[in-house]
Structures are given as C-alpha cells and as structure tokens.
Write a protein that binds this ligand. Structure first.
Ligand code: ADP
Ligand code: ZN
Length: 440
C-alpha cells in the first residue's frame, strides 16, 4: 500500500491549483457570511467575497493571527451553528492563552484521513498495531493519530502519555509496530527500555511517527538508534485541525502538505509580503474544507521553506521543511538570537543525551545563560577534572554554534525531568518577571 488516497495524493499540480481555486471561492463566501470577525477584517481591508476568483487573489485577503483567535475566545470564529459541531480540541497553550477549535463530523473525518495518509506514508498498513502515546483529551495528538489509525484499520492502542511501565508492557505484549508520540517522549521510552535491559532489536516497533514539537536531525538519529526504528516527522496545529496537515514520506525530504485541504504560503514575518517558493519565512495556512473553524491566511509563526520539487514517492503535494523553531521560540540572549534547536544539535553531536534544559535570567541588567546537560552513568563516574574539561569543551562548541558562550553544567543522570508531552526546554526567568509585573 503506497497511498491512503491515491487520486488525491498524486493529482497533477494543475489540478491541485484548480481544486484549490474552486474551494477557496466557496470558503471565502462561507466565512464572510457566517463569521463576524472575518467579515470585519475583510471590510476593513475593502475586500468582498466577489473579489476572490481563485488562488491568484489569495493575497488580497487579510491575515489572521493567534491573538485574533484568542480575542474571540471561545466562539467568535465559530462559523456554523454550535448544534452542528461534535467536538472541540484546544491548543497546548505553549505560548499563552488557549484557543478552542470546533469540529463538525465532516471536519473530524477529513482530519482523521490526513492522519491516515501520514501513517501509510510512513509504511503503515492495516496489519500494523499502532501505539498512540500522544496525550488524549484537549490536545490534538492523541485523538488525531487515534482516528487516523482507525481509518486505516490498524489495531489501535490508545495509551495516551505517561505510565511508562504500562507503555512498555503493552508495546511488548501486544506487539506494537508503530509508535506515535512526541519526539521527547520517544527518547524517554527508548531510555526506559534500555534501563530494563531490552535491546533495540528486541522490541516489536518498526516505525515511529513523531511531532508536535521541534526536533533536530540529530535527535531523529538518536531515537532511531535507541528504539531500533525508522522515525518520521508529522506536523500540524490545533487551528488547522491537528497533526497530519503535513507528513513525511519514505523519501524524508520534507513533509508533504495535504494541499487538497490546505493552501500554504510563505511570508516575510516582518512585512507580510508573500515570498517565492524556496524562500525561508513564516508559514501561513488557508483551510479549504473545514466547516466549523475555517482559517483564512492564518499565521502559524512557524519558520520553514516550501518546495515543489518532484518527489520520488509519487505524491504531488508541496513539501515543507521541518519548522526551524517558531518565530516566538527564539531567545534573544545578550542581543544574540538563539534557537533551542541549535543547542540540541550541538549536544547530540557531542554525544550527549537529549535531556537538557536552558535557563535564562537577568542579573544586574545582564543576561545569564545556563545549560544543564545530563551525563550518562559512565561519564558521571569520571574524575572531577575530566568532567570540568568536558564542560569546557561543550562551552567552546556552543560558542562556535551560537556566537555566545553559555555556562554549561553537567548534571547527574535522571536529574532533569522527563517529558510525557511537549518538552519544556527553556526556562526564561526574564519573561516571568515581566509577566508578573504586567499582572501585578
Ligand atoms: P501550541 O501552539 O499551544 O503549542 P499546538 O498543540 O496546536 O498548540 O501546537 C502546534 C505547534 O507545535 C506548531 O505551530 C509548531 O510550532 C509545533 N509543531 C507541531 N508539529 C511539529 C513538528 N513536527 N516539528 C516542529 N514543530 C512542530
Ligand atoms: Zn514524497
């Protein structure tokens, strides 16, 4: 089985554009009629639904942001009568107040199909046993992959996150072949298997489908080694349904975006100007089929690059690179831009585990920048002077990557809290001060 929905996933690019144009015209009419905040924004910009004849007119529409959605909490963007909805989900609140997304049954179906396509693209068939260890509940990870796995006809283990002993027991006893969870939880499960003396080739897993948070290529290789699997990336956000908006195929050169349901654009985050294919910028999504919670030109704040280059898997959908962090993920430390993903790259290259924490604070108007990194048992039993030498080497490697030198502290094994969902890598105490000042 190569595709879940072959006609959709392999249609010629000219057909994709035509389909997107037809759907966009209808979606804009639906939104303008049923969603007051969109109507207001379009009126302010002087655009009427009649001005939109196809995707060539997309740029005329106003953007919407996460703040716009938050301001209208909980129902402002609901575009159908509430009685027609069957579900809500909500964002993780990584960067502030939650957004509530509504779904009709049709919306749930199309979302689950996107996830089913992702499982097939990772090599899954209805003979697989899928262990879903993303959180269930308001978070979209669990319900999304659960639905996708059902649609494909796989035996689904709805584990949710946490309770590692039970995760491992069910994985082994029921022969889970596909694991779906956050990359940080996958790393933790790998570590836990190792501690129990279970070798990578002794677990039944073949494939992992990991997403919901940024992760590096180094992290991918490390997880693949500890679990003895091939690891695939999956991307999405609550506002666009959830995971499955885009996914990797066997080629693993970026994630195919389900273009029959979404239009992707890359813009300059400063000016809002649409950038040509191949440029790095902020990803913007327009949904074409979502009924209850449609999106027109939603700014994701995720930074990536799009490519229409032909893919050997036969899918014609455009590909996006792994998001290089969110525009709001970036730390500015002593005036220098630092992305947590750069730190992760250095650590894994230098042979450390993906268990680390970044602590930023301000002392006497100066930023302090500390990185706590866990040692393995072997390094931990080394002499003090060797450990100090290792810390120094890491500071030098960080300085080469970032342009500034953090204080690196190698800490004892198992002292950094493991994550069951999205990992908390950064503690920025400077922000906490400003937030409490605001509230106070
Ligand atoms: P929140 O914005 O509160 O975290 P979501 O749970 O909807 O809410 O998370 C969506 C965000 O998660 C995306 O905008 C993106 O930043 C991140 N994300 C999701 N999948 C991936 C992935 N595969 N790689 C990197 N980041 C991802
Ligand atoms: Zn492909």
């Amino acid at each position: 089985m190569r595709y879940f929905n072959e006609p959709a996933e392999t249609m010629p690019v000219s057909r994709i554009r035509q389909m997107q144009s037809e759907k966009l015209v209808k979606q804009v009419q639906h939104v303008y009629e049923h969603c007051a905040p969109y109507r207001k924004k379009m009126d302010e910009k002087g655009v009427k639904p009649e001005d939109i004849h196809g995707i060539e007119d997309l740029h005329k529409l106003p953007f919407i942001s996460k703040d716009d959605l938050r301001e209208e909490y909980p129902r402002g963007f609901l575009a159908v009568p509430q009685k027609d909805c069957v579900r809500i989900q909500s964002t993780s609140g990584t960067t502030g107040r939650r957004v509530v997304a509504f779904y009709t049954q049709h919306d749930v179906d199309l979302w689950e199909e996107c996830c089913a396509r992702a499982i097939v693209a990772a090599g899954g068939t209805n003979e697989d046993v899928v262990q879903v260890s993303y959180g269930y509940g308001l978070f979209t990870g669990g319900p999304g992959l659960n639905g996708g796995s059902h649609k494909l006809g796989c035996l689904t283990l709805p584990m949710s996150s946490g309770n590692t002993d039970r995760q491992i027991q069910f994985m082994m006893d029921l022969g889970a072949t596909i694991l779906c969870c956050t990359p940080s939880y996958a790393a933790y499960l790998g570590e836990s298997l190792k501690e129990r003396g279970i070798k990578p080739e002794e677990n039944p897993l073949k494939v992992g489908i990991f997403g919901a948070e940024p992760w590096t290529e180094e992290m991918r290789r490390s997880i693949e080694e500890t679990l003895g699997i091939k690891a695939y990336d999956i991307y999405g956000l609550t506002e666009t349904s959830g995971p499955g908006v885009s996914f990797e195929c066997q080629e693993q050169q970026g994630m195919h975006i389900n273009e029959d349901h979404f239009i992707a654009e890359i813009i300059d985050p400063e000016t809002g100007e649409v950038l040509p294919e191949g440029s790095k910028g902020e990803l913007v999504f327009t949904s074409l089929d979502k009924e209850a919670f449609p999106l027109l030109r939603y700014r994701t704040r995720d930074i990536c690059i799009l490519s229409r280059k032909k893919c050997s898997c036969g899918r014609t959908f455009i590909r996006m690179t792994k998001p290089m962090g969110r525009s709001d993920d970036m730390l500015i430390i002593r005036g220098v831009n630092v992305f947590p993903s750069q730190i992760e790259t250095v650590l894994l290259k230098e042979g450390y585990s993906p268990n680390y924490q970044i602590v930023v604070d301000r002392e006497k108007n100066n930023d302090t920048f500390d990185i706590l990194v866990e040692m393995d048992e072997e390094t931990f039993s080394d002499t003090v002077s060797n450990i100090t030498a290792r810390e120094k080497a890491l500071v030098a490697a960080m300085r080469a990557m970032l342009g500034i030198g953090p204080a690196v502290h190698l800490v004892a094994p198992h002292t950094i809290q493991r994550s069951e969902g999205k990992a908390v890598r950064v503690i920025d105490k400077r922000k906490l001060v400003t937030d409490s000042q605001w509230k106070g």
